[in-house]
Ligand binder design. Structure first.
Ligand code: SF4
Length: 510
C-alpha cells in the first residue's frame, strides 16, 4: 500500500495579507494604482453622489475604476465576473481594498459613466503627452467593427418587422387551433401541451415587443436619406458586414499616433459605412491638443483607408490644409506591387446558373434609328434616348407588357418568371469624361507617387495593431452595453486601457 502525505481538509490556516504588498512595482496594476491615486482627477465623478449629509457612504470611484480597468485588461467585461474576482482574486481584493462591491454597483458605474470616461480618456492622453509618448507627426484613422448586445435577428425595416410580427401571430393562431382540435379529439399529451403553451407565451411576448417598438419608433433613416434597418433591442446599433460575417454592432473608430501607437481620439458609431467619420475624428484630434501652440495637424499627416474616401472628406482635408493620405477603392489596382496579388487568392467557385438570361447582345439594336427588337422578334418602345447612370450614358428601351406576359421565352429573359411587367434593356451609348481636377483626382496622384505610397504603407502598422491588442491580446471582442452613448463610453474605456498599457510599458520607464 503506498503512503501519501497527510492532509486534513478541516484544518485552519491564517494567511496574513498586506494589500499594499500584493501590488508589485513593475506590474500593470502598480502603474494603474499609481495613476488613479496620484495623477487622475476623480472629482469628475463627485457630482453623481448626493450623500453628504444622509445616506450610506458610497464605493469610492477610484476603487471601482481600478478594478474595472484591471478586469478589462484581462478581457473580463462582465460585472458579475468582476464581482467574483473581487472576492476570489487577491490582486482585485488589494485594488478594491476588500470592499467587495456588488455587481449591480459595478455595472451601474460602467454604464452611467460615459461622460466621465471621456474626461478620463483626455486626462490619460495628457499624461501620455507629458511623458513624450505622442509624436504628433502622423495619425492613422480606422474603424473596428464589434458586435453589440443586440441580435441581428431582431433587425429589419419597419415593413420587415411588421411582417415578422404577423408571422408570429399566425404561428400562435396555428398552435391554438391545433390545441382546440386535440381537445375535441381528446388526444392531448400533457408534457407536449405544457411546452407548447410556454412557446405560445414566448411568441406572444415577442410579437408584443415588435408591436410596441413599431408604435414607439419612427423609421430609421441612414446617411443617404433612405430607410435603414432598425433593431428592436438596440436601435442605435447597425447591421454591418465584416470579414467574419454579418454582425449587429457598432464601428469603433480610433485615431492613433504613429510614435507609440497611443490612441488620441476614439468614438463608436452605429453605422456600417465609415464615410463621413474622418471629419469628426480630425475635430477630436484638434480638440485634444488645443492647448498646444499650433495644431498637430498643421505639420502632421493623416492616413486612412478607402472606407473613409469620398469627395466631401477630401474637400474638407483640402479646405483645412491637412496633409491627408486617403486611399480610394482603385488604389491597389493601380499599384504595381499588387499586380500579382490575385494569383495568390484561392479561387472561389463561380455560381453556375441553369438559367442564362438574355443580355443586351441578344437584342438587335439600331442606335441611329432608335430601334430595338427582342430575341422573340418583338419591337420595343424607346423609353429614354439618353439616360445617365453614374458616369455612363444609356439608351433605354422597354418591351410591351402584353408581349412579355405571353412570351414563351420569359424564363430566359426576365429576372424571374413571376416578374410583373416587361423587359427593359439599357444600351450603352457613351460615358461622361471624369473630371481630372477634383479632390479625388488630386488625392489619387498624391497617393500614387512613390512618397505617397511609402507614407500610406505605414497606416497598417500604426492603427491595426491597436485593434489587434484590444480584441485579441486583451480579448475584448464585443460591446456589452446598449445605446450609442454607453457603447461609446465602453469603446473609450478600451482605448484608455490601451493607452494605460503604453504608459506602463514606455512612460513609467522614462
Ligand atoms: S419576354 Fe418580352 S422581351 Fe423577352 S423575349 Fe419575350 S417578348 Fe421579348
Amino acid at each position: 500500500m503506498p503512503r501519501f502525505k497527510e492532509h486534513n481538509q478541516g484544518q485552519t490556516v491564517l494567511l496574513p495579507v498586506s494589500f499594499d504588498r500584493q501590488i508589485l512595482p513593475g506590474t500593470f496594476e502598480h502603474t494603474l494604482n499609481y495613476l488613479v491615486d496620484e495623477m487622475l482627477d476623480l472629482t469628475i465623478f463627485h457630482h453623481k453622489y448626493s450623500n453628504e449629509e444622509t445616506g450610506r457612504p458610497a464605493y469610492d470611484p477610484a476603487l471601482l475604476l481600478k478594478i474595472v480597468v484591471l478586469a478589462y485588461s484581462r478581457g473580463v467585461t462582465s460585472s458579475r465576473k468582476i464581482e467574483a474576482l473581487c472576492c476570489e482574486n487577491v490582486l482585485f481584493m488589494a485594488l478594491s481594498v476588500d470592499t467587495r462591491p456588488h455587481f449591480t454597483t459595478i455595472a451601474d458605474f460602467i454604464s452611467s459613466s460615459s461622460n466621465e470616461i471621456a474626461k478620463l480618456f483626455k486626462q490619460v492622453l495628457l499624461i501620455c503627452d507629458e511623458m513624450g509618448l505622442i509624436g504628433k507627426e502622423m495619425f492613422a484613422i480606422d474603424g473596428c467593427k464589434l458586435p453589440s448586445n443586440a441580435s441581428k435577428e431582431w433587425s429589419g425595416t419597419k415593413q420587415n418587422l411588421r411582417k415578422k410580427s404577423k408571422k408570429i401571430d399566425r404561428a400562435v393562431r396555428h398552435m391554438l387551433a391545433k390545441h382546440r382540435d386535440e381537445d375535441r379529439k381528446g388526444e392531448n399529451d400533457i408534457s407536449i401541451r405544457k411546452r407548447e403553451v410556454q412557446q405560445i407565451e414566448t411568441l406572444l411576448k415577442a410579437s408584443d415587443k415588435i408591436d410596441r417598438f413599431l408604435k414607439e419608433n419612427d423609421e430609421r433613416i441612414g446617411r443617404a436619406g433612405k430607410e435603414v434597418q432598425s433593431n428592436i433591442t438596440d436601435n442605435e446599433s447597425a447591421k454591418m458586414k465584416t470579414s467574419k460575417g454579418v454582425i449587429q454592432g457598432y464601428v469603433g473608430v480610433a485615431a492613433v499616433d504613429s510614435k507609440h501607437q497611443v490612441v488620441v481620439s476614439a468614438e463608436a458609431y452605429g453605422q456600417g459605412q465609415e464615410h463621413g467619420l474622418l471629419e469628426p475624428m480630425i475635430e477630436q484630434i484638434e480638440e485634444a491638443f488645443k492647448e498646444d501652440e499650433q495644431s498637430p495637424l498643421k505639420d502632421g499627416k493623416v492616413l486612412a483607408d478607402s472606407g473613409f474616401c469620398n469627395e466631401a472628406t477630401l474637400e474638407h482635408l483640402e479646405e483645412e490644409q491637412i496633409d491627408g493620405y486617403i486611399a480610394d477603392h482603385g488604389f491597389r489596382s493601380r499599384d504595381p506591387r499588387f499586380k500579382t496579388a490575385g494569383e495568390h487568392k484561392p479561387e472561389t467557385p463561380r455560381k453556375t446558373s441553369s438559367k442564362s438570361r438574355f443580355n443586351v447582345e441578344d437584342f438587335s439594336v439600331d442606335i441611329e434609328k432608335q430601334r430595338c427588337v427582342c430575341p422573340a422578334g418583338k419591337e420595343f418602345w424607346l423609353k429614354c434616348a439618353k439616360a445617365k447612370i453614374n458616369r455612363t450614358l444609356f439608351m433605354q428601351f422597354q418591351g410591351h407588357k402584353e408581349d412579355c406576359d405571353h412570351c414563351t421565352e420569359r424564363g430566359k429573359c426576365l429576372r424571374s418568371v413571376k416578374q410583373k411587367g416587361a423587359r427593359q434593356v439599357n444600351v450603352k451609348i457613351g460615358s461622361i469624361a471624369q473630371e481630372k481636377t477634383g479632390p479625388l483626382e488630386r488625392m489619387k496622384q498624391k497617393i500614387d507617387s512613390s512618397l505617397g505610397r511609402h507614407i500610406y504603407s505605414m497606416r497598417l502598422g500604426i492603427v491595426e495593431p491597436v485593434f489587434g491588442h484590444i480584441t485579441d491580446a486583451i480579448g475584448i471582442k464585443r460591446f456589452t452595453l446598449r445605446g450609442k452613448q454607453k457603447v461609446n463610453g465602453q469603446w473609450q474605456l478600451m482605448n484608455m486601457l490601451h493607452n494605460l498599457t503604453k504608459i506602463h510599458r514606455f512612460g513609467m520607464a522614462t
